[in-house]
Design a protein around this ligand. Structure first.
Ligand SMILES: [Zn+2]
Length: 258
């Protein structure tokens, strides 16, 4: 995390000229692709939360791992919150075909390692299908990060409670860390915003958008210091996992298949 601490600037593909892009390819630079959505995140977080988190995590990891960052895709697949505006209604087939082509294009243009940073639970199944398919047809290093799942193991340590879920302690922490001006603490009220989905009764729309796994656990917390600690732990963990993965390619003699 040393480089991140020094506030180095990320290398954003959209800011680069073709000479700079050629240099990225010559160095076999890993390319980060942030994917989010627009979706309700309670009344205290913006509807772009998933895209914001994916983008900032991708930027910080790219600094730590000498990568570059592709433009963010900000429309995803909304499921349970489809009736709360302005949910993104990207259908699965279109989403998968589009993401598949974007990755294939980067691969055929010379990027050999592509790391998707996903910020939205509704995209998970589709992204899994896409990378499974592509790993069988292209010699590409492909990773998908669902950051909030990695983050859950650090909730207890920093917040002394169980993990929350959607628009809860994890996402509130990341938004406080990166965009404190977009977090509206005063809008949040547990009675109005929290909801624990129950398989015994399906409600569309759910009566609150802060979706918790356990009653009273993992609620949004607005302490900026805790948010910074939490984000630091998540980034350090992700960096270690990716570093190990990138180093491991050398084990495969003769390069990646197929
Ligand atoms: Zn979210």
């Amino acid at each position: 995390m040393e480089k991140i601490m020094k506030k180095e600037r990320p290398r954003l593909l959209k800011n680069m000229n073709t000479l700079q892009v050629e240099a990225l390819l010559a160095a076999e630079t890993p390319l980060f692709l942030p994917i989010g959505t627009i979706e309700a995140h309670g009344r205290h977080l913006p509807v772009g939360t998933d895209s914001f988190c994916a983008e900032k995590i991708a930027e910080d990891l790219s600094i730590a791992l000498d990568g570059a960052v592709a433009p963010t895709f900000e429309y995803g697949i909304t499921r349970v919150l489809a009736q709360t505006s302005p949910a993104s209604f990207f259908p699965e087939e279109l989403f998968e075909a589009f993401i598949e082509k974007v990755i294939e294009n980067f691969r055929s243009q010379g990027f050999k390692t592509i790391i998707i940073v996903n910020g939205h639970g509704g995209n998970r199944e589709s992204l899994k299908r896409v990378v499974r398919k592509l790993s069988r047809v292209r010699p590409t290093g492909l990773a998908v990060i669902n950051w909030w799942l990695i983050s859950e193991q650090y909730v207890e340590r920093v917040y002394n409670c169980k993990p929350g879920g959607h628009a809860a302690v994890e996402e509130t922490a990341l938004m406080l860390n990166y965009f404190p001006e977009l977090v509206e603490n005063a809008n949040y009220a547990s009675e109005t915003d929290d909801y624990v989905p129950d398989d015994g009764i399906w409600l569309f729309p759910p009566p609150g958008e802060v979706l918790l796994s356990t009653h009273g656990q993992g609620r949004p917390d607005f302490d900026p210091q805790k948010a910074e600690n939490f984000a630091g732990l998540v980034l350090e963990d992700l960096q270690k996992r990716l570093q190990r993965w990138l180093n491991s390619f050398k084990r495969i003699k003769g390069g990646l298949r197929p």
